[in-house]
Design a protein around this ligand. Structure first.
Ligand SMILES: O=C(O)CCC(=O)C(=O)O
Ligand SMILES: [Fe+2]
Length: 213
């Protein structure tokens, strides 16, 4: 018997991905716990802390590689881009999980995502990122923004600050605790957001974008 093209492609509906997609369609953002294995989150946290100890992170700039400006008044975080070709085993698993998600999105929603880019980020005490849109300047290729938090369990907005505020409409906003393992996904072109000042400790995360072209 001859196979049709559809029979050749195994497709299994994923309840977690389906929930993310329906949240994105309904509200342009999704907040997900358990997207990544909790051990993977712990390992990523350790890697980031090692990088910090080795002084590997650099003051983040505004704009992109061809349009850089360092401005402490706008954003105060330190970052390091993750080179997919030099990823360690843990980072490889991270990227595989992202890739699975991309393929699911492309298959079920025809999103046409072709690239991904991610960086580690540390916000030291007192730092913040002013309200902004992620598709500034010459980077309109960003479709989805993703932020994975690597803080420890004891992080609270009251004690530590550093909440992510998403401006959902002109006069409504949503405050999210950067809770360990929490993944926030939102439409880069539509949702303005802001990182409130860190009051105590340092705020750890991986931030990235799924892109066209
Ligand atoms: O860390 C966050 O919660 C958001 C970071 C952010 O907005 C960015 O890097 O563009
Ligand atoms: Fe942002």
């Amino acid at each position: 018997m001859e196979n049709t093209i559809f029979e050749d492609i195994p497709f299994k509906e994923d309840p977690l991905y389906e929930q993310v997609i329906s949240d994105l369609l309904n509200q342009k953002y999704a907040v997900v716990e358990g997207f990544f294995d909790s051990n993977l989150v712990l390992k990523l946290r350790e890697i980031l802390l090692e990088k910090e100890a080795e002084n590997e992170l650099k003051k983040a700039a505004i704009g992109n590689k061809t349009n850089q400006l360092i401005d402490r008044e706008v954003r105060g975080d330190y970052i390091q881009w993750i080179d997919q070709n030099q990823a360690n085993l843990i980072e490889e698993i991270f990227f595989e999980t992202i890739q699975n998600f991309i393929e699911y999105l492309n298959k079920t929603c025809f999103m046409g995502i072709l690239h991904k880019e991610f960086h580690y980020a540390i916000y030291p005490e007192g730092t913040f990122y002013e309200r902004h849109l992620d598709t500034f300047k010459n980077d309109d290729r960003r479709i989805l923004s993703m932020v994975l938090y690597l803080n420890d369990e004891s992080w609270t907005i009251d004690k530590n600050g550093g909440e992510l505020v998403i401006y959902t409409t002109e006069n409504k906003s949503l405050s999210l605790t950067p809770y360990p393992g929490r993944l926030v996904i939102f439409e880069s072109q539509f949702l303005e957001h802001e990182v409130k000042p860190v009051k105590e400790g340092q705020r750890l995360s991986i931030t990235g974008w799924l892109k066209t072209r």
